[in-house]
Ligand binder design. Structure first.
Ligand SMILES: *[C@@H]1O[C@H](CO)[C@@H](O)[C@H](O)[C@H]1NC(C)=O
Ligand SMILES: *[C@@H]1O[C@H](CO)[C@@H](O)[C@H](O)[C@H]1NC(C)=O
Ligand SMILES: *[C@@H]1O[C@H](CO)[C@@H](O)[C@H](O)[C@H]1NC(C)=O
Ligand SMILES: *[C@@H]1O[C@H](CO)[C@@H](O)[C@H](O)[C@H]1NC(C)=O
Length: 474
């Protein structure tokens, strides 16, 4: 009897061991691949078929969508590429209050493709806590209830290998530096963050974070070392509270989040980097957006995240962090500053902006030399906002009235008889209005974009002898 019990125990032990091994292996499989964000905010992007070809030739280990595009999900079936799909923000509140709506979402967006299409992450909303308009507040509070209902729908279909989560931006943090002082914003801690962390803990899901060392560095290039932001290794920073040793900004940002979660009683929730990257171009006053830095950051990132033994972070050494790079394409219809339209690994025609091996196998020394970075120091001179090349003249009129309508007397100088009335041309007047508007509101976050009608220049348009013709070339 004793022997047989011992044998049974032994058998159970072996089974447990194998199970844990399987768990480790599947986790290792999840972690050692770099994913790509497939954003589609462009009017010049390749077909979805062609995009799938690009994703495969980039050897992306996963793909993340900002919706549940049926054609993409069909194209992915049988490709063995795990995919992350998303419930759009505007559907969150309805789903939160209505299990039938959640069931319907799963029935329409998961069931037709699963399991042939390897849906592995289902993200409810995108950066929901970064939507600050009054009418978005309800969505904050509906987020976790919606995640519960989505999870229940998956369970009802006995689907257990799709993790439910939601990606946040770093503005969920009130403090990130030094990392040990990391805490979440007080306005979301009790209402959203604690229930969310409880959900992630109970369902063994991941905390998804969009984390860009580019932003803190470009806000503060004099204070933060570029090498640290680019994962090049830098003078160590020792956290005064716990003595942890940081040599890059990404680890600092991630650990601030880990410390914030730990303070709320959730020390073990694993991270996924749902977005990270570096822009290859941007506005005049945005430093460091260039091919040299983008290639350096992404290549270093991929190296770090694909090592056989995971590196982790100082607070969590050895724990892998699945990572999605932003983004597949430069997307010309994204609004905001110039960098927004220049995060892609590929141009809209599918050619690479720079070489990058997403598998991490290519040694860094085997990439061709990169162009020198010319804009790492912030531009301090004056800049103007003028009509962009190829701008649609039909649309200039309303942009001109918009710019002039903002503020107090923004376009007074364009009135007949005033100093900027001549030459009487919509291009000239719009360029004046864009510049006047931008100068007035820049400090409050206004951008020189106007839906693609405007661009920045360092050459004073009023000093050109032939302003209208020359606008094409400045
Ligand atoms: C995309 O591929 C599908 C099947 O592979 C095919 O039926 C469809 O015609 C293709 N569409 C384009 C635009 O190539
Ligand atoms: C719940 O959602 C379903 C499906 O969208 C809809 O038909 C139904 O009217 C909703 N119920 C309520 C109470 O809103
Ligand atoms: C911090 O790490 C760096 C790089 O690994 C190392 O050179 C340095 O000695 C460490 N500093 C401390 C105080 O541990
Ligand atoms: C516009 O300017 C006038 C006169 O200088 C001033 O009284 C008024 O408050 C200003 N309005 C705004 C919105 O700044």
């Amino acid at each position: 009897m004793a022997t047989s019990k011992a044998t049974r125990d032994m058998g159970r032990l072996v089974a447990l061991f194998l199970l844990s091994l399987l768990g480790d292996l599947s986790r290792a499989e999840i972690s050692s691949k770099i994913g790509i964000n497939f954003g589609m905010l462009g009017n010049n992007l390749p077909s979805l078929n062609q995009s799938l070809v690009h994703i495969q030739s980039l050897k992306a280990g996963r793909v993340k969508l900002y919706d549940a595009n049926p054609e993409v999900l069909r194209l992915l079936s049988g490709t063995k590429i795990p995919v992350s799909i998303m419930v759009p923000n505007h559907e969150i509140s309805n789903i939160a209050s209505n299990q039938t709506a959640a069931d319907e979402w799963i029935r329409n967006n998961v069931i037709p493709y699963y399991p042939d299409t390897m849906i592995r992450f289902l993200l409810v909303g995108n950066e929901v806590l970064s939507c600050y308009a009054d009418q978005d507040r309800q969505m904050w509070y509906d987020l976790v209830p919606a995640m519960h209902k989505i999870k229940a729908s998956l369970k009802a279909h006995d689907i257990r290998n799709i993790k439910v989560s939601t990606p946040f931006a770093m503005d969920v943090m009130r403090s990130t530096f030094p990392p040990s002082t990391g805490v979440f914003r007080p306005d979301i801690v009790d209402t959203v963050m604690v229930p969310l962390l409880q959900f992630l803990h109970n369902t063994k899901s991941f905390f998804f974070i969009d984390v860009y060392p580019y932003f803190p560095w470009s806000d503060n290039p004099a204070l933060i070392s570029l090498d640290s932001a680019l994962l090049e290794g830098s003078v160590p920073f020792i956290d005064p509270v716990n003595g942890l040793n940081y040599t890059n900004l990404l680890d600092q940002m991630l650990d601030s989040l880990i410390f914030a979660m730990t303070k709320l009683g959730f020390p073990g929730i694993r991270l996924v980097i749902s977005e990270t990257g570096w822009p290859t171009a941007g506005d005049i006053e945005q430093p460091g957006a260039n091919i040299h830095n983008a290639a350096t950051y992404n290549r270093n990132l991929i190296k770090r995240m694909t090592t056989k033994a995971p590196i982790g972070t100082p607070a969590r050494p050895g724990i892998a962090i699945p990572t999605f790079i932003f983004a597949l394409y430069n997307e010309n219809q994204k609004t905001g500053p110039g960098t927004e339209r220049n995060w892609g690994l590929l141009r809209p025609d599918g050619t690479p902006v720079y070489d990058v091996d997403l598998t991490g196998k290519r040694p860094l020394s085997e990439y061709p030399q990169l162009p020198r970075a010319k804009n790492n120091v912030p531009y301090k001179g004056k800049a103007w906002c003028v009509v962009a090349r190829g701008a649609n003249l039909m649309k200039l009129g309303s942009a001109l009235s918009y710019a002039c309508g903002e503020g107090n007397g923004t376009c007074d100088a364009l009135a007949p008889g005033r100093e900027c009335y001549e030459p009487v041309s919509v291009i000239w007047h719009a360029s004046y209005a864009f510049s006047a508007y931008w100068e007035k509101f820049r400090s409050r976050g206004a951008t020189c974009y106007f839906n693609g009608l405007a661009r920045q220049t360092t050459r004073n348009p009023s000093k050109l002898s032939q302003p209208i013709a020359s606008l094409e070339d400045v």
